[in-house]
Ligand binder design. Structure first.
Ligand SMILES: Nc1ncnc2c1ncn2[C@@H]1O[C@H](COP(=O)(O)OP(=O)(O)OP(=O)(O)O)[C@@H](O)[C@H]1O
Length: 249
């Protein structure tokens, strides 16, 4: 399997307080990986470092991908829906990612945006203001935006939090479709049942790596216990970590 994104001793810090420590490993092309771990484990931080939004304090993220090749769904809490924008214009932001800030929306993109809305079950919603949608409907809009963007690497931050079972099922189907098309999908998830049912690979994080590999092996009771114990020992004010990887033998 070809490594697409390699993490080499990756440490990411906020104001010198590390949130992710010394993570090494690789995402292979076409893999479907869940990132799991307790609250505050550094999962969102890791996603942002992977796509280059946060710079490593130490170590490296290695890939040959441009920022526009990443499709990214942020956590719902990070999005302000009071911004006066319609559903269709939100979906069309997916096309701007491809065109670049000073590019042009290609003819046909508006039609494709309408098709993406239909694919997520939101036909007839194009002119609605995003602020008037339910949480589940808005999440569908963001998936339609990803469909339009058509990225090969898709990063999802808690895509199924606070949405109903039917919407979750529909959106999980879309994720599985992307995986079937050979795209690389990495999703931060809190629902372990969902991880075990649909995600072949898991990266279990508790600021440090607890495990990374086939889901059944990584999500073992012993690893989950270890992740919880590590979370209980966190010191939010710890200074930048000085630990170094042992040199290769
Ligand atoms: N912008 C920021 N500035 C300072 N500290 C931050 C910032 N974002 C996150 N942190 C801190 O980094 C640590 C990891 O946060 P992160 O959001 O990556 O965790 P998470 O695993 O995604 O958590 P959750 O499951 O609760 O969403 C936490 O202690 C958090 O308070």
């Amino acid at each position: 399997m070809t490594p697409l994104i390699r993490l080499d001793n990756l440490t990411v810090a906020y104001h010198r307080h590390p949130a992710v420590h010394h993570v090494s490993g690789a995402f292979t092309a076409g893999s479907l990986t869940a990132i799991a771990g307790p609250n505050g484990a550094g999962k969102s931080t890791l996603l942002k470092a992977i796509m280059g939004e946060l710079r490593p304090a130490e170590g490296r993220v290695e890939h040959r991908l441009g920022r526009a090749e990443f499709g990214y769904l942020p956590q719902a809490a990070e999005i302000d829906r009071r911004f006066p924008i319609s559903v269709i214009d939100t979906v069309l932001l997916g096309a701007w990612k491809k065109a670049g800030a000073f590019g042009r929306i290609a003819p046909g993109e508006v039609k494709r945006a309408g098709e993406a809305l239909a694919a997520v079950g939101l036909e007839g919603f194009a002119k609605r203001h995003v602020g008037s949608l339910s949480a589940g409907q808005f999440q569908r809009v963001l998936f339609a935006r990803l469909l339009l963007q058509d990225a090969n690497i898709i990063l999802l931050d808690e895509p199924f939090t606070a949405i109903d079972a039917r919407t979750t099922r529909d959106l999980v189907d879309l994720v599985l479709r992307w995986h079937g098309e050979g795209r690389t999908v990495i999703a931060v998830l809190h629902d372990f049942e969902l991880v075990r049912a649909h995600f072949p690979e898991t990266l279990l994080l508790a600021r440090e790596l607890v495990g990374w590999g086939p889901t059944a092996a990584v999500m073992s009771p012993a690893n989950l216990l270890q992740a919880r114990a590590m979370a209980e020992r966190w010191d939010e004010d710890a200074a930048a970590c000085e630990r170094r990887e042992a040199p290769a033998a």
